[in-house]
Structure formats: C-alpha cells, structure tokens
Design a protein around this ligand. Structure first.
Ligand SMILES: Cc1cc2nc3c(=O)[nH]c(=O)nc-3n(C[C@H](O)[C@H](O)[C@H](O)COP(=O)(O)OP(=O)(O)OC[C@H]3O[C@@H](n4cnc5c(N)ncnc54)[C@H](O)[C@@H]3O)c2cc1C
Length: 473
C-alpha cells in the first residue's frame, strides 16, 4: 500500500507556488491566523542561544498558523497540505534550541497546544494528546500519587509531543534513562501528510521511527508515556572545593543510584564561574563548585554522607516550593539548558556546546580541558543513564567570538575522544543524531511521502531522495 502511494508521489521542492485561496477554502472553520506578528511568534523558539542560528534563520516564518482542536482538525489540515503541496511545521511550546520549529520554507505552522487533553491515567501509564504541557500532565498524575519518569528543565512551558519529537533526556534520566530507552514511551499515534491522511500507531521499537525526528516524520497526535510513583524530591545544593571532585562525586552518586543504595532524580554539576549567573544565587553561594541534585527524602542522609566522602557540604535542601518561597531557584532551573538561559539573561556574549564524554567520565580529562580552555569555556555536566549505563555529558558555556573559534573548540573536544552534538545547526543529522537513520528515512517515505514536513531539516531526504546537497536554505 505504502509503495503504491509512493510511486504516485512527486517530491516537494522548496519554492513551488501555492494556490492560497484554494488551500484556505479547504481549511474553512479551522482556527487560522495569518497576521505577520502571529507568524513571527510561531517561528520563535530558543535557537537564539546560537549566534549562528540566530543569523541564519532570521526572517524564516510560516505564511499562516493553524491551531487544530481535535484529531479531525489535524486530519483536515494534513490532507489539505498534501493536496495543495503546502509545507507544514509542527510547533509545541516552542522551546527547542536548534530552530526545530522554525519553518525553513514557509507554509503552515501547526500549533499543537490545543491538543492538550489527558485521555487517561492508570497505574504506570498516561495516555494524552501530544500537545499537553508536561507540567499539567505531572499535576494530573500527582493527584493520583504518580509522576512522569522524566522531563526537560522546560517542563512548565513545553509539550510532551515536543519533548519526544525534539528532546533527548532530562530531569529524571539518571533514574529512568533517556527518552529512547525501552518502556519510557510506549505508543505514538501519528498522522501522515497524505491525501487522505492515515493514522498510524507506533508501538515498542517502532517508536524510534518518529522519536527525535524534529517533526519531520508525521504529526504526533497521541502519546502513551510511562509514569512512576510520585516522590516529594528534595532539591539540594552541595558545595565542593574542586570541580573535578564534584564530578568524582557525581560518578559515585550516579552509580549508587543505579545500584539502588540512594534514590536520585537529577545530578547536575556546575562550576563556580557559572553559579553567579543564577538569579537568587548570585550572592548566596560561597566561591565553590556545586552539585545541584534532586534526592528522595529517605535517602538524603546517605546522599549527604556520600558527598562528604568527596569533601562536599550540603548547604541547601528543601522541596521545590520551599526553595522558591526562599527566593532560591529549584534544582531543575539550574540544570540542562537552563544554565545557558540564566547566563544569557545578563551576558549576551555567551553561547554553548553539547559534549558527550566516553564512559566512564574521566574527571582528570575535564580538569585538563578547563586548564586548556581557561576563561573561554565554563563547565557544566549532567549525569544520566542511557541503555542502563551511567553516562555524563557537558553543556559548557562558551565566551563567543566567531564561528572559527566554535569549530576549533569542537575539534579540540573531539581530539580528546569526546563527541560533539552541534547545537549550531538546524539539520537533524548534523546536530542530535550524528548519522543518517535508515529506519527514520524509511518511515518518512511512509508518513511524509512528498517531503512536506519542514523541508530542509533532514539531510538524508535532501541528499538521498531529492539528490541535492542537504543543509541548504
Ligand atoms: C532552558 C531550556 C532548557 C531545556 N532543557 C532540556 C532538557 O532538559 N532536555 C531536553 O531534551 N531538551 C531540553 N530543552 C529543549 C526543549 O525545551 C525540549 O526538548 C522540549 O521538550 C521541547 O518541547 P516543545 O513543546 O517546546 O517543542 P517545540 O520546540 O515546539 O518543538 C520541538 C520539535 O518537536 C516538533 N514537534 C512538536 N510537537 C510535535 C508534534 N505534535 N508532532 C510532531 N512533531 C512535533 C517540532 O516540529 C520541533 O521540531 C531545553 C530548552 C531550553 C530553552
């Protein structure tokens, strides 16, 4: 069936003319906004962290924004886009960092945030519409004594569909692994860009066909996601004399979490030159390196004792609400890409990199890198679990000069055996994935046979299917 459909398909090429009046007539009754301000807002995400993306994606926006309220609306929109060959970009909370929801070649932005229904919660599982905000889902789950297994540090303003399509891991990943680990996401319901569109349920390993595809492999409309028992996590700050000791402690605490002797939901190491950027902590931390962590109340004494073995002093503890009441940030907002956000609020000269280290993390290597890079690079590491193993990666802040400087820094990390996930590109394979994923390319042929979903994002599509260089604007 899919092959026949493909045989009839002509692939979309950017610049094709669109019969807008006919397209709009097909969307009659849907919520449409074509005001320039609305299109501009719908093209804004957090790609401005990167001076290169800010420059190169400037002015890219949709011609109109459509906000479906039901699966029926999504089917009408997808069918109309396919019929009239209009590019479609899906947008959730718009918190992605790589311009994932910036429409590269105009068309329609589909705002998914009205698809926000929690369809059902049972022990260990939530079924939701993909546009639900993760914070709202967590609140609904907590009412029944459960919570999500993980969320990005943007949990308050990001959708679950956006996390699955654009994210990787986050708070909770030290306990439950990354999104792609089996069992974390158990079903994706996808609408294809065809006329008429199809609805496909992906289960088990098939979820990888649409996970982390930057909204190019069908529209996610429903998600089943695993839940775990709710814990009143203690948000903590522990100070150390040396950053490499924070990392050694992180390795020990991460392993203890895997072994089950302590219960930790977040482990974020941040060096002393970064913590003054955090609102609320500017003058409250001594000149020391810090571990921001979320720990279960039951195992907090064991966590504190372990930290002491590495010279750590636990100086802040409390629930999220208690910290916020004291004017302190939650541990969540000192982690992942919140570090870069906090720095950029007062220092427009910084940007960042994403660096994975060969396991197990070598704290001495990081110490040598800090020596080598001096004031150009400020260190921040996240401890996580992936495929059952303890992993660590850095989101270092960089004092930015120009692109050659960034490329040289990336090369320098790579020379140390690290892997760079380049946050300064909009191309899927050049940033997060590092390689063409044949499974995803095959599914794109099925779910988006004309290549209408934000064309220009997928190098493999441009190069293998269209036969033109990828990464072009
Ligand atoms: C301060 C800050 C901290 C962050 N921390 C983390 C972190 O801890 N971990 C992490 O992984 N990421 C993190 N991110 C990146 C981002 O916030 C998350 O990945 C977030 O979950 C994206 O959700 P969103 O709803 O904002 O998605 P959007 O930005 O709206 O979209 C992201 C991608 O998903 C696609 N998409 C959205 N909805 C759908 C849908 N229904 N169907 C198909 N495709 C869709 C879009 O087209 C786009 O390509 C952070 C970003 C910032 C700015």
């Amino acid at each position: 069936m899919a092959c026949n459909r493909q045989a009839m398909t002509t692939h979309y090429r950017p610049g094709e003319p669109v019969d807008w009046p006919a397209f709009r007539a097909d969307l009659a009754g849907l919520q449409i906004d074509d005001r320039p301000g609305a299109c501009e807002r719908a093209a804004a995400d957090y790609h401005w962290y990167s001076p290169l993306l800010a420059e190169r994606l400037r002015g890219r926006r949709a011609d109109l924004v459509v906000r479906p309220r039901s699966l029926y609306d999504v089917l009408r929109l997808a069918g109309a886009c396919a019929r009239h060959r209009v590019p479609l970009t899906v947008r959730g909370g718009g918190t992605g960092n790589y311009g994932q929801c910036v429409p590269l070649h105009g068309g329609v932005t589909m705002d998914a945030t009205a698809l926000d229904q929690v369809l059902g919660i049972e022990p260990g599982l939530a079924s939701v519409q993909a546009g639900v905000m993760m914070h709202a889902l967590n609140e609904a789950a907590r009412a029944g004594g459960q919570q999500l297994r993980m969320w990005p540090s943007t949990e308050r303003i990001a959708t679950l569909g956006g996390f699955i399509a654009g994210g990787h891991s986050g708070i909770g990943s030290i306990r439950h692994g990354i999104l792609a680990d089996p069992g974390n996401v158990t079903r994706l319901r996808v609408v294809t860009l065809e006329d008429p569109p199809r609805v496909i349920d992906l289960l088990g390993a098939d979820i990888q066909k649409a996970h982390h595809a930057y909204g190019t492999n069908g529209i996610l409309v429903e998600v089943d996601v695993a839940l775990t028992g709710a814990v009143e996590w203690q948000h903590t700050i522990t100070l150390f004399e040396r950053y490499d000791d924070v990392l050694r402690f992180g390795l020990a605490a991460g392993q203890a979490t895997i072994d089950g002797s302590i219960d930790v939901f977040q482990l974020s190491a941040v060096e002393r030159r970064i913590t003054p950027y955090y609102a609320g902590l500017r003058t409250r931390l001594e000149d020391a390196d810090a571990m921001f962590a979320q720990v279960s109340p039951d195992t907090l004494p064991a966590y504190e004792a372990l930290a002491a073995q590495w010279g750590g002093r636990l100086v802040v503890r409390g629930t999220e609400a208690e910290l916020l009441a004291q004017g302190l940030p939650s541990a969540t907002e000192c982690a992942y890409n919140h570090t870069t956000l906090e720095a950029l609020k007062t220092d427009g000269g910084v940007t960042y990199l994403q660096v994975a280290y060969p396991g197990p993390l070598d704290a001495d290597l990081v110490a040598r890198q800090m020596q080598r890079f001096g004031d150009e690079v400020l260190m921040h590491h996240e401890f996580s679990r992936a495929g059952g193993a303890l992993v660590a990666f850095a989101l270092p802040l960089v004092q930015y000069f120009d692109e050659p400087q960034l490329r040289a820094l990336m090369q320098s990390f790579e020379d140390d055996g690290c892997t760079i996930f380049d946050p300064h590109t909009w191309v899927l394979e050049d940033g997060g994935m590092k390689q063409v994923d044949p499974l995803q390319l095959d599914f794109k042929r099925e779910a988006d046979p004309m290549g209408l979903m934000n064309p220009g994002k997928v190098r493999a599509w441009d190069e293998i299917v269209l036969g033109r260089p990828g990464g072009l604007l």
